[in-house]
Design a protein around this ligand. Structure first.
Ligand code: 5AD
Ligand code: SF4
Length: 354
């Protein structure tokens, strides 16, 4: 047991762990607290006390995919589908700007390729209009071609989020019918080539996922040298094939997140909405275990229909209430809100990125 504590101490200094050590730390509830505290210290040392707020705009819940875990999957006919107009999206961005957020995250289900609601020129227009507010633009639109990613980048997009979901390819192909892990990987490589700041991440607690898979996920993050990693517990949705799967994965996700902070000390790590949904005070616990970003929703009245999983935190109540709640939580734990003028919380670690 002392070995585990020693491994954590070593990782805090050297930012390295072997596969076996990762598995051991992930599965030890005994060293949970020591791990989270070490991650908190590394976060403080490398990225400081600022917490960056990104305004999340969930602009369309239409999706061409059928991921078994997700409430927005194509075959879920109980979802009320919506898609915001260009003007509505730009209005959400304006609200984010008014709240002092310096980044907006444009997120949607994967727009149907055959009948797109947001063809490339529409996305380009949206990005250009939002860039006029001097906001950083993060996209999270799923898998696209190199040319599409290039067009968004040229329109001014700064960052792209695409979770790999799991590095276990068999598991991925079981849970994401019709999709290809290799193509998702290709997308992440293309985004890197195009000089986006790239965010990825995984879910923790997927049925059939092992601690070894999660250890591999963390090693993959390091190998790919991502700028941001989002890790959230899998939460079963009642209208999906995985409705009866277990949902008690908060602590394991927290350990995966804390280990990610130890191994990639200078990246951005969000306190994910899934963590806040599963555990009262989950956001604060995540912020004290390695996280330094929060993405409050600014979508407006449609947000309740963006139900990836049930009872999503922040999906009721207004975006102003959410902003105030998040700001209060940050200040209460002695942290600061990252709104320093002229600095948007870009990734600090590499000379190549801003
Ligand atoms: N529980 C938790 N996270 C989920 N996601 C999709 N479905 C679920 C679920 N049931 C995550 C995926 C996706 C992100 C937008 O939401 O990781 O990339
Ligand atoms: Fe679509 Fe993303 Fe949900 Fe999969 S996880 S069904 S791609 S919205």
């Amino acid at each position: 047991m002392t070995d585990i504590f020693h491994d954590i101490e070593k990782a805090e200094i050297e930012h390295r762990l072997q596969f076996d050590q990762l598995v051991e730390v992930l599965t030890s509830s005994m060293s949970h607290q020591a791990l989270c505290q070490a991650a908190d210290r590394v976060r403080s040392r490398f990225v400081g006390s600022d917490v960056y707020l990104r305004g999340l705009i969930e602009f369309s819940n239409r999706c061409q995919n059928n991921c078994l875990y997700c409430g927005l999957r194509k075959d879920n006919k109980r979802v009320k589908r919506y898609h915001l107009s260009i003007d509505e999206i730009v209005e959400c961005a304006q609200i984010a700007k008014m709240y002092g957020y310096q980044t907006v995250v444009l997120q949607s289900g994967e727009d149907p390729v055959n009948e797109p609601y947001y063809p490339v020129d529409t996305m380009v227009q949206i990005i250009q209009k939002i860039k006029a507010f001097d906001l950083a633009v993060t996209l999270s639109l799923g898998e696209k071609t190199y040319e599409e990613y290039k067009a968004y980048k040229e329109a001014g997009a700064d960052r792209y989020l695409l979770r790999i979901e799991t590095t276990n390819k068999d598991l991925y192909h079981r849970l994401d019918p019709g999709m290809s892990w290799e193509n998702r990987h290709r997308c992440l490589i293309d985004l890197r080539k195009l000089d986006y700041e790239v965010g990825s991440g995984v879910m923790v607690g997927l049925p059939g996922q092992t601690p070894e898979d999660i250890a591999n996920d963390i090693l993959f993050f390091k190998e790919m040298d991502f700028d941001m990693i989002g890790i959230g517990p899998f939460i079963p949705h009642p209208d999906t094939p995985l409705k009866n799967a277990s949902r008690d994965h908060f602590e394991l996700s927290l350990r995966a997140m804390a280990l990610t902070r130890l191994l990639l000390p200078d990246i951005n790590i969000p306190a994910t909405t899934a963590m806040e949904t599963l555990c009262p005070n989950g956001r604060v616990i995540a912020l004290e275990s390695g996280a330094n970003v929060v993405m409050p929703n600014v979508t407006g009245i449609h947000r309740k229909h963006y139900e990836i999983y049930p009872n999503k935190a922040g999906s009721r109540g207004g975006s102003l209430i959410l902003k105030e709640e998040v700001s209060r939580q940050i200040l209460e734990i002695g942290r600061t809100i990252g709104t320093v003028k002229g600095f948007r919380g870009d990734f600090l670690g590499s000379q190549n990125h801003f």
